[in-house]
Design a protein around this ligand. Structure first.
Ligand code: PLP
Length: 401
């Protein structure tokens, strides 16, 4: 009898299941709105021209392939921190941010979970928004934290349940760990306004909660890095000691290169040095040190003036195409005579739109219209193009009429 005969089959990943069903569908009209990766105006994967140019530059340097330090490529982590925290960030200029390169956003969250489980003195639970990115829950559970939720989505308005959110923040035990999506909340696409962020910061401060900020979409939401960094920078200015998890998967299109950062805002340089030493103790037995190629490409994009300007313009191009597809879809639904209120499609931001439709309507979209999305009614707007948007609008109108 085999050693593994008692290993039970696990459930399939819901997103990969959608891709399977999509592949099997032979209709020329089929649309896959499940995957969270950007597609160009023709629905094709997109490698940013600035990334190709940075890659050419990196390859022409004929670098060696030696190991990076445990905390990664210093030029990259430094430039990534400036991008997120801002050029005039006090903790950065005071040298009190402990930062390490991570295996994209997921790897940063995994280090965060492990670091908090081992060193955060006040709690072993983490509160995540309901709903949240599906992977948050197993990431933190596997890191040794108990996962709890706070109110976020309001089904009635397909918007933010701001009162419920504040109420839950106040009801948690003092000094709880709270996960916040910095911008472009996944899966809902619903972000607090700047005024609401200020209030959230005040409540978190009054309760002494610890903010863990997941920033997987910097620049990708609005097209402006500074705008998308508002919540993070406001929290830092307000004196929160926080952890930031940063991903370059979406804003640089470096998905498979696994480029990200994990950083901790510390009280002073001496504390930063102690935190740094503990990050190394966590990372060394997990994966020893991070991969070098993607970090060199990202570092080039962040530090080469010309390529940096080109990259920022291309990020804005991606964000603009998504925003444009949101209005086109909205306008078409109106034009087709839909009586439903679809304003949320335009008001939401980032890669995803939460349609506010039922799982049965999602099934009907797949069965009758060859349109594939997750059963929570989330579509990746990046998968919508001028070629398929009419079919999407007509089908959506039909299943909701
Ligand atoms: N956090 C959120 C909210 C995300 O949506 C994603 C990706 O979909 C990630 C983190 C991490 O992605 P990656 O590990 O590819 O950087």
């Amino acid at each position: 009898i085999s050693v593994w005969s008692n290993v039970p089959a696990g459930p399939p990943d819901p997103i990969l299941g959608i891709t399977e069903a999509f592949k099997k569908d032979s209709s020329p009209q089929k649309i896959n709105l499940g995957v969270g990766a950007y597609r160009d105006a023709d629905g094709k994967p997109y490698v940013l021209p600035s990334v190709l140019a940075a890659e050419d530059k990196v390859i022409s340097e004929r670098n060696d392939k030696e190991y990076l330090p445990i905390t990664g490529l210093g030029t990259f982590t430094q430039a990534a921190a400036v991008l997120a925290y801002g050029t005039d960030s006090k903790p950065l200029s005071e040298g009190r941010v402990a930062i390490t390169q991570s295996l994209s956003g997921t790897g940063a969250l995994r280090i965060a979970g492990a670091f908090l489980a081992r060193h955060y003195p006040h709690a072993k639970e983490i509160y995540v928004p309901s709903p949240t990115w599906g992977n948050h829950i197993p990431i933190f559970r596997d890191s040794g934290l108990e996962v709890k939720t706070y109110s976020y989505y309001d089904k009635k308005t397909v918007g933010l349940d701001f009162e419920g959110l504040k109420k839950d923040l106040k009801a948690m035990p003092d000094k709880s760990i709270v996960l916040l999506h910095a911008c472009a909340h996944n899966p809902t696409g619903i972000d607090p306004t700047e005024a609401q962020w200020r209030e959230i910061s005040d409540v978190i401060k009054s309760k002494g909660h610890f903010p863990l900020i997941d920033n997987a979409y910097l620049g990708f939401a609005s097209g402006s890095v500074d705008k998308d960094a508002f919540a993070l920078r406001h929290f830092v200015e307000e004196g929160h000691q926080l952890i930031l998890c940063q991903s370059f998967a979406k804003n640089m299109g470096l998905y498979g290169e696994r480029v990200g950062t994990f950083s901790v805002v510390c009280a002073d340089k001496e504390e930063k040095a102690r935190v740094d030493s503990q990050i190394k103790i966590l990372v060394r037995p997990m994966y020893s040190n991070p991969p070098v190629h993607g970090a060199r490409v990202a570092s080039t994009l962040l530090t080469d003036k010309k390529l940096n300007a080109q990259w920022l313009a291309e990020v804005k191009g991606m964000a603009d195409r998504i925003i444009d597809m949101r209005s086109t879809l909205f306008d078409l639904l109106h034009e087709l005579g839909s009586k439903k209120k679809w304003d949320h499609i335009k008001n939401q931001i980032g890669m995803f739109a939460y349609l506010g439709i039922s799982p049965e309507q999602v099934d009907q979209l797949a069965r009758e219209h060859h349109i594939y999305l997750t059963r929570d009614g989330r579509i990746s707007v990046a998968g919508v193009t001028k070629h398929n948007v009419r079919h999407l609008a007509e089908s959506l109108h039909k299943v909701t009429a």
